[in-house]
Ligand binder design. Structure first.
Ligand code: ZN
Length: 399
């Protein structure tokens, strides 16, 4: 297949792959690799353990250090339970309420447009003139904890490719230049009590009641983190995260008990938390764990000596803060004519690339306000800027 599709035709193809994180992304990355192959890049499939998904790494240009990564994730969030007016997996041209033309479909802003722009931009560059390599890294499972990027980082040293200098993460920022984001950690708390007849409440230990104490403790911790930050009002991250310049905690899901007349034996709570750059990515979890061991667990054991409360780390995506100057940074300011830099509360694969020593900046088409929503869209005016945006960056950094 010759590389001759336009950005919008490419987007149409990409949207048509139902690459929700729970499904395989292989059909999508195989299509992209096949499409790109006529331009002769080095092609690496970095499969997950079960070989049901893969990160696709394409290297164009010479084996020189100092190149540029164009980074995007191929997975999208589910559409179930959302009120879509069009088929989410068919790119549909339409209009917003204001009459402005837009492209609708799952992944239009988060973030298949950037992938389409990158593929298009590369096909229109004289690759023989590249003095530094351009890498496309299209990952899997970003939406479920950056698992693909994590896997890629662990194996990167074995890929036999030079280490790039910078990475552009094309997440939807309305082309705003984002140099900082929070981290996101997840953990699971399991309380095990003792079952019994509900008519004899003292014959067992109700795990849901104990979890109630755990939840109260987490809410208290959450309030402390907020009060702490508000006291130092002009905190170190107030510029980047003006609304929430502190770590935040979310009680995600809770389930427990087996019947209305049985003392609940088990209760499970999943907790998410967001940390500031510079903080220990697992800090909030450790803080809560320490407090549970000190207070809630001894109380539970007084009532049932074999009571347990376990805390399992479900992994975290570290925060990112890119402070060093870089050519990518300068070029982004130049082409967006925007001198400002900001932070966002969502995580990206940027922190994973930063961990490899690659200077990472998040900047891409579309708005995060439309991400994960029903009737996700990108404005045609924003979409149309994309191919030149990527092409200029490649020219400035790699020719
Ligand atoms: Zn995304």
């Amino acid at each position: 297949m010759g590389a001759s599709l336009s950005s919008i035709e490419l987007l149409e193809r990409l949207i048509a792959f139902d690459s929700v994180s729970s499904r395989s992304n292989l059909p999508l990355v195989e299509f992209v690799a096949d499409y790109a192959s006529s331009l002769g890049p080095k092609i690496i499939f970095d499969h997950n353990e079960s070989r049901t998904k893969a990160n696709l790494v394409l290297q164009y240009g010479p084996d020189e250090p100092g190149g540029l990564v164009l980074s995007g994730h191929t997975d999208v969030v589910p559409v179930e339970g959302q009120r879509w007016l069009t088929d989410p997996f068919r790119l549909t041209k339409g209009e917003l309420g204001s009459g402005e033309p837009a492209l609708f479909g799952r992944g239009t802003c988060d973030m298949k447009s950037f992938i389409a722009h990158s593929i298009d931009a590369i096909s229109r560059i004289d690759l023989a003139r590249l003095s530094k390599p351009v890498f496309c890294i299209w990952s899997y499972d970003e939406e479920v904890g950056c698992l693909g990027a994590k896997h890629l980082a662990e194996g990167f040293a074995h890929f036999d490719v030079p280490t790039p200098a910078s990475a552009l993460i094309g997440e939807p920022t309305d082309y705003g230049i984002i140099v900082a984001h929070k981290g996101h950690g997840r953990f699971r708390i399991v309380v095990r009590g003792k079952a019994g007849h509900s008519g004899k409440p003292d014959s067992g230990l109700n795990a849901i009641e104990v979890m109630g104490d755990v939840i109260a403790l987490i809410r208290m911790t959450s309030k402390e983190l907020r009060a702490d930050a508000l006291q130092r009002r002009v905190g170190r991250h107030a510029d980047f995260f003006p609304d929430y310049p502190f770590g935040t905690i979310n009680l995600g899901t809770v389930r427990g008990g087996s019947a209305i007349n049985i003392i609940a034996e088990e209760c499970v709570l999943d907790v998410g938390y967001r940390t500031l750059p510079g903080d220990d990515p697992a800090g909030v979890m450790k803080l809560i764990e320490g407090r549970i061991v000190e207070t809630v667990l001894p109380e539970a054991k007084k009532r049932f000596s074999e009571a347990t409360i376990s805390i399992d780390d479900l992994g975290n995506v570290p925060p990112m803060h890119t402070t060093e100057p870089s050519r990518l940074r300068d070029v982004l300011h130049k082409i967006t004519s925007d001198p400002s830099e900001g932070g966002v509360s969502f995580t990206t694969e940027g922190s994973t690339f930063s961990g490899l020593g690659i200077n990472s900046i998040v900047c891409g088409p579309g708005s995060i306000d439309q991400a994960h929503q029903a009737n996700e869209f990108i404005r045609v005016s924003e979409f149309d800027k994309g191919p030149d945006f990527v092409q200029t960056i490649i020219r400035e950094l790699c020719l």
